[in-house]
Ligand binder design. Structure first.
Ligand SMILES: C[S@@+](CC[C@H](N)C(=O)[O-])C[C@H]1O[C@@H](n2cnc3c(N)ncnc32)[C@H](O)[C@@H]1O
Length: 246
């Protein structure tokens, strides 16, 4: 995939912010507590999107600044969290002063950034000894209907958006990794909307997107674990990496 295609994918969320906010998962508190030091005061939530992680950080008591490039995603965040300062910016250029935060989080987005430039920017805005954490929610493919849903949603997708060691470079200690298991209650009807929030589908021609979404409806209507049920639990793992500024 070319850099232009990747940039287009990264920017695609602007077109589906409300759908994203309605269906994408939050993050479990144990994963958030592992990712941010208890004695931190100011936290930068990078690529904050509609504020899914921001909301948990605020609920757990940290003072949070959110940075997010998409105007539409930031508007959703501000609607949910009007007291949080939400600034336009990227992981590569946050616009924050030097040494201004104790911790940085970036959820479901490290695969969209340029790692060397983002690492340098995070090192610049962190106070001495500060911590950065990258988090991803990953659906548990061992559940049959999840594997089938994923096959439909990623059919023809050439971009790998899964979790990975964030490769932060020499300014940081070697990353530690941890996994947290949990489940998100979701209406079966929203499995279609959740699919529509994926960047691969957002950018497909409408007829191809509708054909895949119709397959999701078919899955919901026929799979023995989904058929006739109003609510299900989507099994997730939250994969987290954290590292300290040396
Ligand atoms: C999958 S969403 C994750 C949003 C939020 N962190 C969450 O967990 O729900 C990815 C977000 O990354 C943002 N993004 C894309 N490229 C970025 C970059 N270079 N720097 C910062 N954010 C970026 C997109 O606008 C989008 O809001």
């Amino acid at each position: 995939m070319s850099t232009d295609d990747r940039d287009e994918r990264a920017a695609s969320f602007d077109r589906a912010a409300a759908v994203y906010q309605a269906t994408r998962p939050s993050y479990p508190d144990d994963a958030v507590r592992w990712s941010v030091p208890a004695d931190a005061r100011d936290v930068l939530d990078l690529a904050a999107g509609t504020g899914k992680l921001t909301q948990r950080l605020v609920a757990l008591g940290w003072h949070v600044v959110a940075v997010e490039p998409s105007d539409a995603m930031r508007a959703e965040l501000t609607a949910v969290l009007p007291a949080v300062e939400a600034r336009p910016g990227t992981a590569e250029r946050t616009g924050l002063p030097d040494a201004s935060v104790d911790a940085v989080t970036i959820a479901q987005a490290w695969h969209w950034v340029d790692p060397p430039r983002a690492s340098a920017e995070i090192a610049r805005v962190l106070r001495p000894g500060g911590q950065v954490a990258a988090l991803w929610n990953v659906r548990d493919q061992e559940t049959d209907w999840v594997a089938r849903w994923t096959e439909i949603v990623h059919r023809g997708d050439s971009l790998e958006t899964s979790y990975r060691d964030p490769q932060l470079g020499d300014a940081f200690t070697a990353p530690e990794h941890a996994t947290f298991h949990w489940g998100q209650p979701l209406r079966t009807a929203d499995l279609r909307t959740l699919a529509a929030s994926r960047s691969h589908l957002i950018l497909l021609p409408p007829d191809e997107r509708d054909a895949l979404l119709d397959e999701i409806d078919e899955l919901v209507a026929t799979h023995p674990d989904l058929r006739g049920r109003e609510w299900i639990e989507v099994p997730y793992r939250t994969e987290c990496y954290r590292a300290r500024l040396r």
